[in-house]
Ligand binder design. Structure first.
Ligand code: SAH
Length: 398
């Protein structure tokens, strides 16, 4: 069977030549062939230059995601090389020897569009978000078994975004052994308990690793309020950083049970931590009315904006919790505030936080601007890969 040729409209080759990996349906002039979903296609400019090879996704607005620029072949060896490079890059920046859990493949930014691969102890958790990634998942799972010596590869493609690619949600073991009910991981000296089968995303928010370390750095002798705690990620970082006391709030009792087990794994004194199952919006108001104050507050909410129509509502949600956060801080206190909504960019987020301080009747300074951890890189030509923004604000003393 001959390979399908995709010929782009005049001028639409520019972004591909600049190494952006997406081709939208509107950029395509002509399709020579009848590719099936996930097939490799060759992409040409209007004047016949070969631009590269990509995966065909007929149901998505992004109809081709590029595997590589220029000529070549997309086969098992191609993916093996990409994964080897990604592992080597993580080793070079010191991720692999300090952590038993880290992101191996960060989709487009690691040259495998739509594919997320996380190592969680002896298991690998994979998420396939595009038809191309889905097409190659079994080969990639085999390669991962070979290269990492892991005990199994488990797929967590139970995400709604797959619909846009015409794919069903799915989860289950792809290769090797089924993962156990929980996996204990070590992150820069911190122990965590991860439920890779039923937890969020691939089980743990690896993207906050560097920010957790920063929380640990500032926590000494402070009273900490950790909002949207999940399994205690920031709480453990603060506790090991010798915080005086940490209150963690989350709506999920299951997540908080794992947090409690992780406190024990870290041998924390039971009086140092407290978990509260409840609604952050409601509890922050109650704390304010009761006159409670903290030295450090962490706000790491779930994604408030899933699409453009939700941006305004999301902005109101961020402003509300940040306003309450500023009110509950002691003078000189630190607010660690995050947004993982890709649709709220860094400038808008900063504006929201600034307005929140104004409404709280106080002022603050930004002492750090934060981002996703270094094993979640953003390819230079792919700014869409950047999604996690954080600010550390210090409340002005007078
Ligand atoms: N900070 C965590 C990740 C937070 S994920 C870490 O570093 O691992 C977001 C969490 O917010 C989820 O655990 C979810 O259960 C919780 N959540 C969502 N809405 C909430 C609400 N209104 N009140 C309390 N918790 C909420």
């Amino acid at each position: 069977m001959s390979v399908t040729h995709i010929i782009l409209k005049k001028g639409r080759d520019k972004s591909i030549r600049a190494k952006h990996p997406w081709i939208f349906s509107g950029a395509i002039q002509h399709i020579k062939g009848e590719p099936a979903a996930g097939d490799t296609v060759e992409v040409y400019s209007q004047n016949g230059d070969i631009l590269g090879l990509g995966a065909w996704s007929p149901e998505s607005q992004i109809q081709v995601r590029m595997w590589k620029m220029g000529k070549g072949k997309i086969d098992r060896e191609f993916f093996k090389q990409r994964i080897e490079s990604a592992l080597q890059q993580r080793a070079t920046i010191g991720i692999t020897h300090l952590n038993t859990a880290f992101r191996i493949i960060n989709a487009e930014s690691d040259g495998i569009p739509g594919m997320v691969v996380d190592k969680m102890g002896d298991w690998i958790i994979m998420q396939c978000l595009s038809t191309g990634a889905n097409h190659w998942k079994n080969d990639i799972a085999e390669i991962l078994m070979e290269l990492t010596g892991c005990r199994g590869v488990y797929e967590r493609s139970d995400v709604a975004i797959r619909k846009k690619e015409g794919l069903q949600e799915t989860k289950g073991c792809l290769k090797g052994e089924e993962p156990p009910a929980h996996i204990d991981i070590l992150e820069e000296g911190r122990h965590y308990r991860v439920d890779v089968v039923n937890g969020h995303k691939t089980g743990f928010y690896l993207d906050q690793r560097d920010n957790r370390s920063l929380v640990g750095h500032y926590a000494k002798e402070k009273t900490v309020l950790n909002c949207f705690s999940y399994t205690g990620g920031f709480a453990i970082a603060a506790a090991l950083g010798k915080a005086k006391h940490i209150t963690s709030i989350d709506a999920s009792s299951h997540a908080l049970e794992h947090a409690q087990q992780a406190y024990e794994l870290n041998k924390l004194a039971s009086k140092q931590t407290k978990n509260i199952c409840g609604d952050v919006f409601k509890l922050l108001r109650e704390y304010d009315h009761a006159g409670k104050r903290f030295d450090m507050i962490i706000l790491d909410p779930p994604k408030f904006a899933e699409n453009r129509s939700q941006i305004k509502k999301a902005a109101r949600g961020y402003k509300d919790i940040n306003r309450l956060g500023f009110k509950l801080l002691n003078p000189g206190g630190l607010l660690f505030t995050f947004s993982c909504s890709g649709l709220i960019d860094a400038n808008l987020f900063q504006k929201i936080v600034s307005d929140a301080a104004l409404d709280a009747g106080c002022d603050g300074q930004i002492i750090h601007k934060l981002a996703q951890a270094s094993d979640h890189p953003t390819r230079l030509a792919f700014p869409e890969g950047f999604y996690l923004k954080g600010l550390v604000c210090q409340k002005i003393i007078s």
